[in-house]
Design a binder for this molecule. Structure first.
Ligand code: ZN
Ligand code: ZN
Length: 145
């Protein structure tokens, strides 16, 4: 009996046609173990794993992994870009207006109803991004007290 094995990070990179480098492996692991991290936090996570890496190299790796679909970039208006490892499930985000915390929320119940635009204007739509803005529990509590 063979034990099902999840592919290693390096195998996943190869699987999408990317050259495997220590920086890319470290970056993918950092993004996946984090929670909607910004570029600075990702850079320090990568440095913890592989030592010095320039911010430029981090940006290049983020771009390559995002383009390959291994990570997802979200950019709430007025807030710096964040990256996450949860991809391909059309999930959405709750963003706090006060502290900027980002929380995952599954797609609205049913079959991705937000993909059915009231008028698609001829576009072949494949993704809808929804950001629910508001105050997180901690911030709404501190505001009312
Ligand atoms: Zn908050
Ligand atoms: Zn998310």
């Amino acid at each position: 009996m063979t034990t099902p094995r999840t592919p290693t990070t390096a195998e996943e990179l190869r699987g999408v046609g990317l050259r495997v480098t220590a920086a890319r492996v470290a970056l993918l692991e950092t993004v996946r173990s984090g929670d909607h991290l910004g570029v600075e936090a990702i850079a320090s996570g990568v440095r913890d794993r592989v030592g010095h890496i320039s911010l430029q190299a981090v940006y290049e790796a983020l771009h390559a992994l995002t383009a390959a679909g291994l990570i997802r970039r979200l950019e709430p208006p007025g807030s710096p870009a964040r990256f996450e490892g949860r991809v391909g499930d059309n999930h959405h985000h709750l963003v706090c207006r006060t502290c900027g915390v980002v929380v995952d929320v599954d797609c609205a119940v049913g079959h991705a109803p937000c993909l059915t635009a009231s008028d698609d204007r001829g576009f072949a739509i494949d993704e809808a991004e929804v950001i629910y803005w508001g105050l997180c529990p901690a911030c709404s509590t501190s505001r009312s007290s």
